[in-house]
Write a protein that binds this ligand. Structure first.
Ligand code: GAL
Length: 422
């Protein structure tokens, strides 16, 4: 038995030590060989590409343990909020997913991410990535994230069998054509256009704006050059409202995979979604491109590529920056990109990546991305063109618009919030 005051204090301290949980920074903990990478790639069609790259990475680095801290929910709908609280608590993962573009701005301004310019120079990425993408990763002259891919947002997916059953010769080339087809489709009891959760509705909005306004006016929406109150934008928003009448908005799917399921099972005819859907059709559901599922540029956007890019950062306060940098090198390598992208449904960010691994839809898309005649614009729903504050205001205004359908109110709010959040 411990005697005296000193003994008592020692006993209390020992008891307290065992009662306290060990401090674990993130899931990687203090283990020097373990590091944590954060993304939202868990669901079918999303997780497999990441797994392929992890396998390559861990085979090349057998001593390193990769903690895959992915949080489910398309477009980061859950992951982003959880990440925000971790960053606020100064408990960052060792690397986390962000989109190229203005989505990075807050992290840079609040010094949550480290400058990677030296890594870009060391790896030669300044010359092996497209200039437009580098511009979208650069803030105040420095680069803050390593891109692993290019995804395309302006796509409309469908099942050729459904079109045949409905006697529809081809998918619509314009939204007017869609609106001409839609009543006939609806009369058969099918949904003309499937929707998913809120972010998929924003995704649809951006593609309708792009299709109706054309790339010049669309780009101007995000730079202040196109007035949200102009007659062109008002007309485009009215078209959007018409389109919504032919969607399953009131019983929308919970995420993009169940949205696509409605196209696959024929209860819906079309869905506008990014090309992560390609992996879902072809790998998860084992369907054949062109024969069993097909895709066109979303109405009115032929020759235009609405891009987004997934990139990984090196957070300030990463517990394992050396391991995280190895991961970033994997993300930026031709080999890593060529393992990841064919499975993810995306194409390589690197201009020197061989096109061989890209088949079917991916070959079709890669050709357009690399065609100098293609016009490239950035995505709203996936972080390229609007800063986070404005984007969140657009979410709120859009949720209201989905209830009240007041285009004028929506446009006025979005324009006002643009000025307020600059
Ligand atoms: C996007 C992301 C894609 C894909 C998609 C659906 O924001 O860039 O890689 O994950 O969300 O979840």
């Amino acid at each position: 038995m411990l005697q005296g005051r000193g003994g008592f204090i020692a006993l209390v301290l020992t008891a307290a030590l065992f009662a306290l949980p060990l401090y674990l920074p993130g899931q990687a903990g203090a283990n020097a060989n373990r590091f944590e990478v954060y993304s939202w790639w868990t669901g079918p069609g999303e997780g497999e590409g990441l797994e392929a790259m992890i396998k390559h990475f861990t085979t090349a680095n057998p001593d390193i343990e990769f903690v895959n801290a992915a949080v489910s929910g398309g477009a980061g709908s859950n992951a982003k909020a959880i990440l925000a609280s971790r960053l606020l608590a100064n408990d960052p993962p060792d690397s986390y997913q962000r989109h190229a573009g203005l989505e990075l701005l807050d992290d840079v301004r609040s010094e949550k991410v480290q400058d990677l310019t030296d890594l870009f120079e060391e790896q030669g990425w300044m010359t092996t990535l497209p200039q437009g993408l580098l511009d979208n990763l650069t803030i105040d002259g420095k680069i803050y994230a390593v891109p692993v891919n290019i995804h395309r947002a302006n796509l409309m997916w469908y099942s050729p069998a459904t079109l045949e059953e409905l006697d529809l010769a081809a998918p619509p080339k314009t939204w007017d054509e869609f609106l001409a087809q839609a009543p006939g489709i609806a009369a058969t009891g099918r949904t003309p256009l499937a929707l998913g959760s809120a972010w998929t509705q924003k995704h649809l909005l951006e593609t309708v704006l792009l299709g109706e306004l054309g790339p010049d006016l669309y780009v101007g929406l995000w730079t202040g050059r196109t007035s949200w109150l102009s007659t062109e934008v008002t007309a485009a928003l009215e078209t959007f409202k018409q389109i919504l009448r032919y969607t399953d908005l009131r019983s929308a799917a919970s995420d993009w995979q169940p949205q696509i399921d409605r196209v696959i099972d024929g209860t819906a005819v079309y869905a506008v979604m990014g090309d992560w859907a390609n992996s879902y059709f072809s790998l998860t559901k084992q369907l054949k491109w062109r024969a069993e599922y097909d895709v066109v540029a979303s109405p009115g956007t032929e020759g235009v590529f609405d891009f987004l890019s997934d990139a990984f950062t090196l957070p300030t306060g990463s517990q394992h920056p050396t391991l995280a940098k190895k991961w970033l090198v994997e993300c930026g390598s031709v080999e890593g990109q060529n393992l990841f992208n064919p499975i993810k449904g995306s194409i390589p960010a690197r201009t020197d990546a061989d096109s061989g691994p890209y088949k079917d839809y991916l070959a079709w898309n890669l050709k357009q991305w690399r065609d100098p005649k293609t016009t490239i614009v950035g995505s709203l729903a996936h972080g390229v063109v609007a800063n986070n504050a404005w984007s969140a205001e657009i979410d709120t205004a859009l949720a209201l618009f989905m209830q009240d359908g007041e285009t004028g109110k929506f446009a006025t709010t979005v324009a006002k919030k643009y000025r307020e959040t600059r």
